[in-house]
Design a protein around this ligand. Structure first.
Ligand code: ADP
Ligand code: ZN
Length: 215
């Protein structure tokens, strides 16, 4: 499958993407994961992105398009891909449209996951992430804590609160989402590609996508 996952931070894009990859071997491409990996590795890309990310601001479109142009041409994308956290702005969506045309790729659908704001806020404040950039497993102190406090079940690395998941950065990220990313819903609706799913649990979202794609 080739699809875009839209939704506010904390809507569950990452979780849904991971579940969908199990269905047909499509790969999850999370620009957030790629950027956090670059920051930890201390690469040029990481150095450029770090300040924006800490504040909860978007990284410039040109940086993101550079990453995605390369990433979408890697061989593992042939089976399919789930774009998680990209595109995030109208210019990114327009650039992606051109890039896909150039690479002769057609998307199946754009999924918009709609979750009430109270649920989002609660989730983001209680979310914890494995700091190992090759893992980045997600936990929740209330609903899904690691077996051993502060230690990742999957890889044994530390489980931490992301630097952009303080209350201040979270409200900034949500405002940025409303201003810059929410307009993509109208963009893809016009393109006739949008599937809106109102659901709090990831299973329901996955089932709706399966039904849409006839899986
Ligand atoms: P979430 O969806 O939980 O907000 P992500 O992991 O997708 O978080 O992204 C974390 C940060 O990485 C964003 O706040 C932003 O600074 C940067 N980022 C990720 N994807 C993009 C993108 N497509 N365009 C611009 N910035 C991005
Ligand atoms: Zn881990």
């Amino acid at each position: 499958m080739k699809l875009i996952l839209l939704g506010a931070p904390g809507a569950g894009k990452g979780t849904v993407a991971k579940l969908l990859t199990r269905l047909d071997g499509s790969v999850q491409i999370s620009t957030g994961d790629i950027l956090r990996g670059a920051v930890q590795a201390g690469s040029d890309l990481g150095k450029e992105a770090e300040g924006y990310m800490k504040r909860g601001d978007l990284v410039p479109d040109s940086l993101i398009m550079g990453i995605m142009e390369k990433r979408l041409q890697e061989p593992d994308c042939e089976k399919g891909f789930l774009l998680d956290g990209f595109p995030r702005t109208i210019p990114q969506a327009e650039a992606l449209k051109e890039l896909l045309a150039k690479l002769d790729i057609t998307l199946d659908v754009v999924v918009d996951i709609e979750v009430p704001r109270e649920v989002i806020l609660d989730r983001l404040c209680t979310r914890r992430t494995c700091e190992n950039t090759d893992c980045q497993a997600i936990y929740n102190v209330k609903s899904n804590p690691p077996k051993k406090e502060g230690i990742c079940d999957k890889c044994g690395a530390k489980v931490v609160q992301r630097e952009d998941e303080t209350e201040e950065a979270i409200s900034h990220r949500l405002a940025t989402y409303n201003e810059k990313t929410a307009p993509l819903i109208g963009f893809y609706k016009k393109e006739g590609m949008l599937l809106v799913i109102e659901a709090v649990d990831s299973e329901t979202v996955v089932n709706a996508v399966k039904e849409k794609l006839g899986l």
